[in-house]
Design a protein around this ligand. Structure first.
Ligand SMILES: [Zn+2]
Length: 264
């Protein structure tokens, strides 16, 4: 079934609720401190589009000499020296901000999306999608429960616990839905399967098309949509993917193999 108009197909929920609706009370995990907002290196060289490079060249008062030639690098070093920035001769967040370029914010978001959450543990290219204490949900929270209507598993965890990408891929869907809450679908994973993350506390910082690595921040555990507890509802769909002809399968074994702190 193709997602028409970008809406989560209602038909998919005909037999019940999507996501983690109607689950039992969570086994209480102590609420972790609110995760610090991710930070990125200010001086790491960033990749710019051709028009962004032109803007940088204008600010550095250099005549365009191709993508990022020697003249531009020398001019950037002069500019950075004048502004007392790290003299890298390369475009970076620090320099873009000093130049008051509007796309600095966009570049920062891209860097954050690519950044592996600190401390994320990866197993053969996979990371457990919750960075903190969690447990499998109780009855009616497993794959195929509620008469087959439940197409993923519910992982109970304190609201606010960081959710990270289980593997590399790119964002296919990022939306809010009455039942699924804030959710994200990641496609193009190493296994070819789509991964679905539902009930996020707030809209994911990711955008459609963003690339992620295993451990990249996706959002935080929440209870948005039809969830009666703080939980991550996680799905795995075979190619060609989520509501595009793929089939959901039980992700429990995979989740176990990816480990995760205080796994039960
Ligand atoms: Zn669920």
């Amino acid at each position: 079934m193709v997602v028409a108009g970008g809406l989560l197909p209602q038909a998919a929920f005909a037999n019940g609720t999507p996501g983690g609706g109607g689950i039992v009370a969570p086994t209480a995990a102590p609420a972790p401190a609110a995760p610090a907002s991710p930070t990125v290196s200010e001086t790491q060289t960033v990749k710019l589009t051709r028009s962004q490079i032109k803007s940088v060249q204008r600010r550095a008062k250099v005549r365009a000499d191709g993508a990022l030639g020697a003249r531009t690098r020398a001019a950037l070093r002069r500019y950075q020296a004048k502004k007392r920035l790290a003299r890298t001769g390369r475009p970076n967040l620090q320099t873009l901000r000093a130049m008051k370029l509007a796309f600095a914010e966009k570049i920062e978001k891209q860097l954050v999306a690519r950044q592996r959450a600190p401390g994320a543990r990866t197993v053969a290219g996979y990371a457990f999608p919750i960075r903190g204490r969690w447990s499998f949900g109780g009855s009616a929270t497993g794959f195929g429960d509620r008469g087959g209507a439940h197409q993923g598993v519910d992982l109970l965890s304190a609201c606010g616990t960081p959710v990270v990408a289980a593997s590399s891929g790119s964002v296919k869907v990022k939306k809010r839905h009455g039942a699924a809450g804030n959710y994200v679908v990641i496609t193009g994973t190493p296994s070819g399967e789509d991964q679905v993350y539902m009930h996020l506390q707030s809209a994911s910082p990711l955008k459609v098309g963003d690339r992620v690595d295993a451990g990249s921040p996706v959002g935080s555990v929440g209870r948005t949509g039809n969830a009666t507890a703080c939980l991550l509802h996680f799905e795995l769909w075979s190619a060609p993917g989520w509501y595009e002809g793929g089939e959901p399968r039980d992700p429990r074994r995979d989740l176990r193999s990816w480990g995760g702190a205080a796994a039960h």
